[in-house]
Design a binder for this molecule. Sequence first.
Ligand SMILES: Cc1cc2nc3c(=O)[nH]c(=O)nc-3n(C[C@H](O)[C@H](O)[C@H](O)COP(=O)(O)O)c2cc1C
Length: 341
Amino acid sequence: MSWLAGLEERARAVLPAHVFDYVATGSGGNATRDEAADAWRAVRLAPHVLRDVTSVSLATTLLGHEYAVPWGVAPTSAQREVHAGGEPAMLRATAAAGALTVVSSNAGTRFADLPDGPWWLQVYVPADRTLAEPLLHAAVEAGASALVLTVDTPVVARKPTESSFWELADPQWLRVNFDEGYDDRPGAEKATDLGPHDLGWLAGVSGLPVVAKGVLRPDDARRCVDAGAAAVWVSNHGGRQLDRALPTALALPAVVDAVDGATQVYVDGGIRSGLDVVAALALGADAAFLGRPPVWALAEGEAAVARLHAELAVEVTEALTLAGCRTPADVRGIAAFPATP
Ligand SMILES: Cc1cc2nc3c(=O)[nH]c(=O)nc-3n(C[C@H](O)[C@H](O)[C@H](O)COP(=O)(O)O)c2cc1C
């Protein structure tokens, strides 16, 4: 088994059961969580040959900034419950690899205490929009360079193995970017009336580009683009929201078609290897994001997060070379299967 493929079982061995289960769980019967990785493995590639691949570069531009690699770390909550190094360790190791980190608004570290390195803030919008403003201003002040609005969470889906986490988690590492008593205020619950106009509202309050995360349908992707989204992020929240939502590998091609180059398209869900990253690029994504694998790596410490990026870089470089592609952009369109749904 490869080092990457062993991440989950090594994390199971070192994490307290309530933390491992919190990270692992999906919603409902876990159908969406369980199908994600298989859907990427079903993608088949039609490699180019007789092309000069003497030098291969993984460099990728996301929202106008260059990164060394075409993948990043998706937002995951409460990383300090997983390892004392928490979000700072994740960001440091990821930045050292030249990759982007998306920090959850449910981070266990104050934004002001994050180390240097490129990061975007993931946001949930509360029913009373004004309650979100201090968090947004704190993130801008601390150096967030974009916002990622999670659009698939009008309510948080129930998860079979989550409850013991909330009973056993150390409260000092939860919701540290919210004021004391925030959750008891009227209007602090998640907005159930989120609309495309909220993208513009967030951009106006923060002055940052806003990415819509959690899109699975081409018509919704288009609505996001028309409302000024800086990018569309295909995601089913790692199978943690609507169970039986379709795998992102199947949703991606139609979203890419609908967006038609108007913005970038990102994808997450079940990306577990360099070949999965390449499959995502081949189906038209500009970048792939990983949720659970960096958290499993963090369970082993900051050095393991660094190794995760190094292993992915080896795998993606090899796959590009074998596919006759010198850059991530060259990979677009070489997927032979599945065809667009
Ligand atoms: C433990 C955990 C916490 C998460 N927290 C958030 C979050 O705070 N905000 C968010 O938008 N998505 C969150 N997600 C979803 C991830 O950003 C991402 O969409 C998903 O994990 C990708 O699937 P993967 O885990 O198969 O890579 C979380 C996922 C996990 C596993």
